[in-house]
Unconditional design. Structure first.
Length: 157
């Protein structure tokens, strides 16, 4: 004979399934009552499929919103760290690896943030080197170059 579950138990099980990405095995560990994995699978796929889909969508939106907030904080902090490191480089004796890492962390955070919020980064022409990037940005009208790139001398030379 099949067990009778209360609406509260069904709701708890559906929420656990959504939180575990649909895994009945993992969801069963979160649920406060005993229920078989096959029952959870049937509820997810048939009996309560719409409720599960709604809960999964809601859960994914919450996780995405949290990620957006965290990525914004990370990008802001990476920008602050980058500025702090630049200030410390006034002597130009050494370029710490942190200075190279900060822009990388910031760029990855911003790319993920843009992706999560529906914005797509614009690709600019160039093969990845700074000169090509600057020339590509100037050609696209994003920046205006006020110096010749051939005449630029590193400040520590």
């Amino acid at each position: 004979m099949a067990a009778i579950h209360t609406p509260l138990q069904v709701s708890e099980a559906v929420q656990a399934l959504a939180a575990c990405g649909g895994s009945p095995k993992d969801a069963a560990k979160l649920i406060s009552f005993t229920i078989g994995e096959s029952t959870l699978r049937r509820w997810r796929d048939e009996t309560h499929a719409q409720s599960y889909a709604d809960q999964l969508d809601r859960y994914q939106r919450e996780v995405e919103a949290d990620n957006v907030v965290n990525l914004r904080r990370l990008a802001l902090r990476a920008t602050e760290v980058e500025a702090e490191l630049l200030e410390k480089l006034v002597d130009c004796n050494d370029v710490p690896s942190g200075l190279r890492a900060a822009p990388d962390v910031k760029a990855k955070s911003i790319d993920r943030l843009l992706s999560l919020t529906g914005w797509t980064p614009v690709s600019l022409p160039g093969d990845g080197d700074l000169r090509s990037l600057l020339e590509g940005m100037a050609a696209a009208g994003h920046i205006r170059l006020s110096v010749s790139l051939d005449a630029v001398t590193p400040p520590c030379a």
